[in-house]
Design a protein around this ligand. Sequence first.
Ligand SMILES: CC(C)(COP(=O)(O)OP(=O)(O)OC[C@H]1O[C@@H](n2cnc3c(N)ncnc32)[C@H](O)[C@@H]1OP(=O)(O)O)[C@@H](O)C(=O)NCCC(=O)NCCS
Length: 331
Amino acid sequence: MRSKVRAGIVGVGVGIPEPVLTNHDLEQRIDTSDEWIVTRTGIRERRVAPPDVATSDLAAQAAHQALQNAGRGAEEVDLIVVATATPDMPWPSTACLVQAKIGAVRAAAFDLNAVCSGFVYALWMAAQAVETGAYRCVLVIGADILSRQVNWEDRSTCVLFGDGAGAVVLAPVEEPYGVLSGVLGADGTGAPLLNVPAGGTREPLSPEVIACKRHTIHMRGREVFKFAVTIMGEVSVQALEKAGIAPEEVNLFIPHQANIRIIQAAAERLNLPMERVFVNVDRYGNTSAASIPIAVYEAWEQGRLKKGDLVVVVGFGAGLTWGACVIRWAY
Ligand SMILES: CC(C)(COP(=O)(O)OP(=O)(O)OC[C@H]1O[C@@H](n2cnc3c(N)ncnc32)[C@H](O)[C@@H]1OP(=O)(O)O)[C@@H](O)C(=O)NCCC(=O)NCCS
């Protein structure tokens, strides 16, 4: 009997802008301190894309590297999903721009917006598409340039975010490898806690809107924090239960990199020592949909992911949204 076909990650890549903005740089611009930022968030520096770089540029770079890494050509790709909340333009989708940039001539392409949970949403949806046999080579990309949506005068938000992109290639793999389970969730009543109020159909851009900075990120930090510390652990436990895996079997926990205190709380909930938790929030800050695939790439590059390892990826974000997937690493 043939074993079940699952979707597995067979290549990873990143697109990370070079310019670094440190906490000390921010001290020069706003009333903050490296000490405040590090103790409250764990962030030391973040990357900020230069003005001529757009989301599709970082996404295409990540896609290109992921394909190379997987030993696949762009013409083999049959679907591109870009998780982003900061597209190049309202439309067409950033995924279409990436398709043209990398020459994936056979691929369908669309964007998915679940903000910081976007990569986990895209990964789980794409995994279903591969498992059914409908698609055989899918690029799942998380890419965001939040520095363009940040109010650089608001010290309570501008210190948190950074720019970047990460990509994975999903293809059929045989059991026991691949994406074993996924759990996604949303609570739209929490939309006011974290949003960019203007620039859409509710409040189109106007000089007044821009003067009031309503086209920038608005956040009720403490409430988002409370939501995050609970949901990260809970959704991870749900995804592990669905996969029939005990938390102590997890080799590497790769959470959304928003805040070290949120990551530590989630690890505690799962009773996982921090040695089994991947952290790079200190170097990138919160890169939204890019944060998990960048972390996955770095974990792989550092040799912390080996064939057969059990991995949990878990995210949360505006929406409110959340999601987790359990993966048995396939290469
Ligand atoms: C934003 C966050 C770090 C703030 O930490 P906190 O411990 O909750 O801090 P508070 O909001 O209570 O603010 C404490 C004080 O620090 C001040 N403060 C805020 N930002 C500051 C900064 N960058 N530098 C110095 N002081 C700052 C506040 O004004 C406040 O001062 P006050 O007590 O005089 O009013 C934290 O709430 C958080 O991480 N929330 C989740 C955010 C997140 O992850 N969002 C993305 C989700 S995908």
